[in-house]
Ligand binder design. Structure first.
Ligand code: CYC
Length: 169
């Protein structure tokens, strides 16, 4: 598992280089955005349960067939599994935000996930819709915590959405 700094060190160490201008610039931007990233994580943590629940309710309002007989989130067990998955996405997104790297998502969340979903019939597009709803709610939460530019919050949610959606070649 890597963060922005260890990623950079690894890349430079491979070729035995000192940090150059590019490296210094990316280190600067990582540390300058550090406070905002930590504040965002704190705002998410304090509201995680409500964010997950609110996003799920909205998803099921938009796609009510998911929780009707024949839907993948129908039955208490599968409904709970769906909310638990949403909770995983939120928690790991905060790790990735703090790390300034999507590495943790590849390693802990996305590996083999599409195959698992396909074999269980968990529909990908509605899952991605759920992740996007959660992203928007998280951004509102982060904004109300006093952070005006919330664009950096998009990255982990968009990354998971993109990786999940990608079809096998
Ligand atoms: C930390 C990384 C991690 C992830 C991401 C993860 C996901 C994950 N979700 C699963 C199931 C599931 N995931 C869902 C999710 C949904 N169904 C829908 O219709 C909605 C679109 C969606 C919620 C938004 C459901 C319903 C199941 C149960 C499917 C079944 O057993 O039939 C399973 C199969 C095993 C199980 O049921 O626990 C895994 C591995 N597990 C992990 O360890």
């Amino acid at each position: 598992m890597q963060d922005a700094v260890t990623n950079l060190i690894k890349n430079y160490d491979v070729t035995g280089r000192y940090f150059d201008r590019n490296a210094v610039d990316s280190l600067k931007s990582y540390f300058e955005s550090g406070t905002a990233r930590i504040q965002a994580a704190a705002a998410i943590n304090a509201n995680a349960a409500a964010l997950v629940k609110g996003a799920a309710i909205k998803l099921f309002e938009e796609l009510p067939e998911l929780i009707r007989p024949g839907g993948n989130a129908y039955t208490t067990r599968r409904y709970a599994a769906c909310l638990r998955d949403m909770d995983y996405y939120l928690r790991y997104a905060t790790y990735a935000l703090v790390a300034g790297s999507m590495d943790v998502l590849d390693e802990r969340v996305l590996q083999g996930l599409r195959e698992t979903y396909n074999s269980l019939g968990v529909p990908i597009a509605p899952t991605v819709a759920g992740i996007q709803i959660m992203k928007d709610m998280v951004k509102e939460q982060v904004e109300s915590a006093g952070i005006s530019d919330t664009s950096f919050v998009d990255e982990p949610f968009d990354y998971m959405s993109k990786e999940l959606s990608e079809t096998d070649i």
